[in-house]
Write a protein that binds this ligand. Sequence first.
Ligand code: UDP
Ligand code: GLC
Length: 389
Amino acid sequence: MASPRVMFVNHTSAIAGAELVLLDVVRAWRGATAFLFEDGPLEGAMRGKGLDIVKSRFGGGLAVVKRDASLWRAAPLAGRLAGVTLEIAGAARRHDVIYANSQKAFVLAALAHAVARRPLVWHLHDIIDGSHFGAGQRRLQVALANRFAARVIVPSEAAATAFVSAGGRDGLVEVVPNGVDIVRDPRSRDDLRRDLGLPAGRLVGVFSRLAPWKGQHVVIEALRALPDTRLLIVGDALFGEQAYAATLRRQVETLGLADRVLFLGHRPDVPLLMQAVDAMVHPSVSPEPFGRTLVEAMLSRVPVIATEAGAAPDILDHGGAGTLVPPADAMALAAALARVLDTPGVPADQIDRAEARARRRYGVAAMQDAVAAVIARVAGDHPAAGARA
Ligand code: UDP
Ligand code: GLC
């Protein structure tokens, strides 16, 4: 069978982890279509990968419906949501498979499916549980998935378990670990510090968009117990969490840590910055669905300290490839950081294990092949999809 015509659908045009994964997936699908809800950097990035762009006329601003909000919050937007759904259905008729890469994209694509009847793959990058989603949204997502999804791809066993615990059908789920590629810089840590204008001495980093569940506030709190240590906070609020970003700055001022915390904002050179620090902290206070930055740190050969929830324990080989601490526990984090920073050389074999594990399990080519196999299977299972419009 000829390669199926795929339409990739994403609701946000900001580029966070799920979009970086999508950009790697579509490298294998030049000439496919990207249906985007809004203007933003993802459009140019997708075009750069050779995709044709279809832009919704009604999809801008739907981000106001927060994932933990009641579904009633979406009621005033009903007209626009219906508009996007019909646009997806119309564009879907020219394709064999619809591939929804975000939760909002999936919900509308599932509704469009009622009209367009094209097989629908949901790449679910989230943990469907009460810490991430409101009850109504959880029920809606799972009901639509069970009814309309041909396959649900998740990046980790943790995300699979959460989907099934929320009522999702086990047989729908396929775990495809994210692939992560980075190029390591040959410079030494000290040289990188100098070239990047970073301070000498003990330096730890957090590399993540700013959001309450990502837990940057816990690391700031932990810093109080770590004299002579500086903290880099890399990342920005991408999805409307500006109030949290302001809270973090206030927390730093209030605790008198302004000379020890550097806010770098969003950076395009995360792997380079990771190579420049003495330890990377992954402090999410809710379960992390995957956590690309964990793998980036493993490939950067920097010691990782992560909270024991979601996918992190599996990625870090239950402590064999990094240090695990309880979520939202600043004192436990400070103690773990002190151990790692005070005993240079001890994590050497851990770092070798981490790098080898990341290379073995999280390759981009393996992810692309696994996704392509799902798309091919789904297209083959739905012969109607082959009937070109
Ligand atoms: N990232 C980046 N610049 C920043 C902060 C993060 O390029 O300032 C990248 C980071 O390197 C990683 C991705 O954004 O590849 C975040 O993915 P992850 O899976 O860790 O978390 P998400 O934000 O998707 O929940
Ligand atoms: C989401 C998750 C993150 C995951 C990324 C790619 O943004 O929060 O954990 O790594 O998607 O799957």
